[in-house]
Design a protein around this ligand. Structure first.
Ligand code: PLP
Length: 354
């Protein structure tokens, strides 16, 4: 029996993507070969890489605007240092909205001065700071669009005259934004795009090549751009599966299409969190994430009953991150609305039984 998977990452992908990618493991493109055993320089895989890059830029509406899409390895965590390696000459500005931002700051400090423009650490990152000033002489501003662990999301991005860098690991392709506001976007695949193992990097080429330090080849965006993400062996299966998900998003009407469904799911989930007297939300109302809803039981004594009911309903992955506790329902693009309905019904059932 297929479970309702609210896992925060790695997480649910479209069923059709699971099916197609498993077929490709046995027989890729009717070639008589598995996707796992072909050369990354074969015509068939080169076409996959090209389509994945094309679809990423197309969905973000960044085609012909001076951007390149790369599929790299090392996760978003490698981007924490790679962004700084490639862009930080003297000083960078960072908005600290949670665990991932804090980790990005730690890495950037290896390369220069970091000015933390604002932080929501004072309230365990349950909100997004607003009205902060950004130093005009910083090499870039870094922010995290969606705070996977705390369930907050930036709704309005700052307008800046310096390059804007954003970790979009957990909400890329989930909502329409003016992506041309950003100069560097990165996202580990495993939250909304594909299996763990590849990281999408979308970078505006004209921000590169400005730091004076030497950059090791594997960490140099320009090297990867020069080789079209084929500098070394790319994570073939992860790129292929990500490409299938991007096709699926395109079929759903692009980002606008999945956004509509995401809004419906979030409305349903938060509606119940707010209505049900047994629960309370964790994140500040105006900063609530459409991807990760964080909430708590007001009475800890109901924990076992709630979790038993959820288990019987085949719900998986709603335990909160250890730094927040409580519960977290991750509602990525591929999560069906029906799964949210099942969870909402469990919350209602708890109210009846408590
Ligand atoms: C999961 C996550 C990361 C870490 O990604 P890895 O691919 O595991 O390095 C970074 N940033 C955000 C916002 C995340 O959700």
């Amino acid at each position: 029996m297929k479970k309702h998977n609210f896992s925060a990452g790695p997480c649910i992908l479209p069923q059709s993507v699971f099916k197609e990618s498993s077929e490709a493991i046995l027989n890729f493109n009717h070639s008589g070969l598995s996707i796992l055993e072909i050369s990354h320089r074969s015509k068939d895989f080169m076409a996959v890489m090209e389509e994945a890059q094309h679809l990423a830029l197309d969905l973000l509406r960044l085609e012909d605007k001076g951007y390149k899409a790369l599929f790299l390895q090392g996760g978003a965590s490698t981007q924490f240092l790679m962004a700084a390696y490639n862009l930080l000459e003297k000083k960078a500005a960072y908005l600290n909205t949670g665990t991932w931002s804090s980790k990005a700051i730690k890495e950037a400090k290896l390369f220069g001065e970091v000015e933390e423009v604002a932080s929501s650490k004072d309230k365990n990152f349950n909100y997004i700071p607003k009205n902060y000033s950004i130093p005009a002489d910083a090499d870039y501003l870094h922010c995290t669009s969606n705070n996977t662990i705390f369930g907050t999301q930036i709704k309005e991005f700052p307008t800046v005259n310096i390059p804007l860098v954003c970790d979009m690991s957990s909400d890329i392709f989930s909502r329409e934004l003016d992506f041309s506001k950003f100069d560097l976007i990165y996202a580990g695949a495993q939250k909304n795009m594909g299996p763990a193992g590849t990281t999408l990097v979308v970078v505006k080429e004209d921000i590169l090549g400005k730091v004076s330090r030497q950059i090791p080849s594997m960490l140099d965006y320009q090297v990867h751009i020069g080789k079209d993400s084929m500098f070394n062996t790319p994570p073939v299966f992860a790129v292929y599966t990500s490409m299938l998900t991007l096709r699926w998003i395109k079929q759903k009407g692009g980002i606008a299409g999945v956004q509509k469904l995401n809004e419906e799911k979030a409305a349903l989930m938060y509606g119940e969190i707010d209505r049900n007297p047994l629960f309370e939300g964790f994140a500040a109302l105006e900063d609530r994430s459409m991807m990760n809803a964080t909430f708590n039981l007001k009475d800890e004594k109901l924990k076992d009953l709630f979790e038993d009911l959820a288990k019987v309903a085949h719900i998986n992955g709603i335990n909160g991150h250890r730094s927040v506790g409580g519960y977290r329902a991750s509602m990525y693009n591929a999560l069906p609305k029906e799964s949210v309905e099942v969870l909402v019904n469990v919350m209602k059932e708890l109210e009846t039984q408590a």
